[in-house]
Design a protein around this ligand. Structure first.
Ligand SMILES: Nc1ncnc2c1ncn2[C@@H]1O[C@H](COP(=O)(O)OP(=O)(O)O)[C@@H](O)[C@H]1O
Ligand SMILES: [Mg+2]
Length: 463
């Protein structure tokens, strides 16, 4: 309304000025009328010029939004200011929504899951970096491509075709390789009008853990079933056959051995589950090295005497008690169990008359190494990396015959990992074996009672 009034006012001023000028020349009504018309014409020319400048400004505004106003006059100035204000407001809103979109995209980029936004024709509109890694996509090149053209897994194509989005589909990633397998759980969520949000989750580790769990349960069942079957057989024999007292004693002895085997297995399983379920020992509990060695030596000598008898005893050598010093940070029972497991293996796998040396030696880096060297049959290189797997045995019959559960070295590995120590196995067939557990410096300390552990530990040589 104001604009219209202002334009009419200016038009009136131009016409009046035209009429006034005409009257100066000739004071007639006709001259005044002609002057007014000419004044109106002049206004029209001026107004059209202003309008063209306004249009030009608008056009430039599309190209450069910050273009400054033209400083027009009259109603066009008003129009220019209003358009300017409106555009500023729109630009601000646009910038705000752009910032929001960028933040949203940054959030989705940070997601550990793959995210792909699909349009109504299942074409990719946007995807994050994880999705690119999961599906081998290129975030620029593959935009607007149909997702089923890029992911041709039949299970996925059938899933998206059936539009059954209640459950996830499991597939192998196109980026999967034998060295780095990648299994994905892909979920499609419909939203908006026929659009889809596709998310992918890396489930390789879960699947591997599940496979390991199944294998473990199968192994445990097998390990328990074997002595159980033998026990049941002996029970049946005792029940059905008329046996002499001597035979009965023999059967009962064998039954006791099977029962003992099951007890050892359950004990080892419980030890493993305790190790997995409890927090790793910190640096607050300190175990004296001499005490550890005393216990391990006593148990080892008793076991060796029991297994090899007196005719061809094994030659066992341990560090002298007075050469041992210092403390290890960690759980005494765990360390004791790990050290004894290593010595136990050496005794059981070394034939009578063989040699077994146990050492505790400082290492150049400040740590110390517990090692058990034997003169047994040795281990072929292909077995060495697998020895710490649960139930892995080189010779199952021999392991079972000597009362092994196949869990000893798994327990050792667990205990050492919990104490930041590393296990190294050095062996070759026919050349004995050496198992070394190296502890880092920060897990060891000297004590007033046991000073100087860092000095060379003297080990009595084997004659
Ligand atoms: N000192 C050793 N000499 C030869 N073989 C060994 C020695 N220690 C372990 N092994 C091999 O490693 C396998 C796994 O050991 P472990 O986990 O302690 O189970 P096991 O209960 O059979 O002793 C054993 O079955 C054995 O074949
Ligand atoms: Mg063992």
């Amino acid at each position: 309304m104001f604009c219209l009034f202002s334009r009419l006012t200016v038009l009136f001023l131009f016409m009046s000025a035209g009429a006034a000028i005409a009257i100066l020349f000739r004071n007639t009504v006709f001259a005044a009328s002609v002057g007014a018309v000419l004044g109106g014409g002049a206004w029209l020319v001026w107004d059209t010029w202003c309008f063209l400048r306004f249009l030009d400004w608008l056009r430039r505004l599309y190209e450069t939004p910050d273009e400054s106003p033209r400083r027009l006059s009259g109603a066009w100035r008003e129009a220019e200011e209003r358009v300017s204000r409106l555009l500023r407001q729109q630009f601000r809103l646009l910038r705000e929504s752009e910032t929001r979109l960028e933040n949203l995209q940054a959030g989705l980029q940070a997601s550990p899951n793959g995210v792909i936004v699909l349009d109504r024709q299942a074409r990719i509109e946007w995807c994050n970096r994880t999705a690119c890694q999961h599906f081998g996509l290129d975030a620029r090149r593959d935009i607007a491509q149909s997702v089923t053209h890029l992911l041709r897994d039949p299970a996925f194509v059938a899933h998206i075709g059936a539009r059954n989005f209640d459950s996830a589909v499991i597939l192998t990633s196109p980026a999967s390789t034998p060295a780095h397998p990648l299994r994905l759980s892909v979920l499609l969520c419909p939203y908006g009008q026929g659009r889809l949000l596709m998310t992918s989750r890396d489930i390789t580790v879960f699947e591997q853990a599940e496979a390991m769990r199944r294998e473990f349960v199968a192994n445990v069942s097998h390990e328990i079933r074997t002595p159980l079957t033998v026990l049941a057989g002996f029970v049946e024999t005792l029940q059905t056959l008329p046996l002499t007292v001597g035979e009965q004693q023999e059967y009962l002895r064998r039954m006791a051995r099977q029962a003992e085997r099951m007890r050892c297995l359950v004990d080892d399983l419980l030890t493993l589950s305790r190790l997995e379920g409890s927090p790793p020992p910190g640096l607050k509990e300190w175990t004296p090295v001499p005490t550890l060695f005393q216990q391990v030596e006593a148990d080892a000598r008793a076991l060796s005497a029991l297994t090899t008898g007196e005719n061809a005893p094994q030659r066992l050598s341990f560090p002298d008690a007075d050469t041992l010093a210092g403390e290890i940070a960690g759980a005494a029972t765990e360390l004791q169990s790990a050290f004894f497991n290593l010595v136990n293996n050496a005794i059981r796998y070394t034939p009578p008359g063989g040699e077994i040396e146990v050492h505790w030696e400082p290492q150049p880096g400040g740590g110390a190494c517990f090692s058990v060297r034997d003169s047994g049959p040795g281990i072929a290189p292909e077995h060495i990396p697998r020895l710490t797997e649960r139930f892995y045995r080189i010779d199952s019959a021999r392991s079972s015959a000597t009362g092994g559960t196949g869990l000893g070295l798994s327990i050792v590995k667990h205990v050492l990992q919990r104490h930041d120590a590393t296990l190294t196995i050095d062996s070759a067939p026919g050349q004995g074996a050496c198992f070394m557990a190296e502890f880092p410096e920060y897990r060891l300390r000297e004590t007033p009672a046991f000073p100087g552990w860092r000095g060379t530990t003297r080990t009595p040589g084997i004659p």
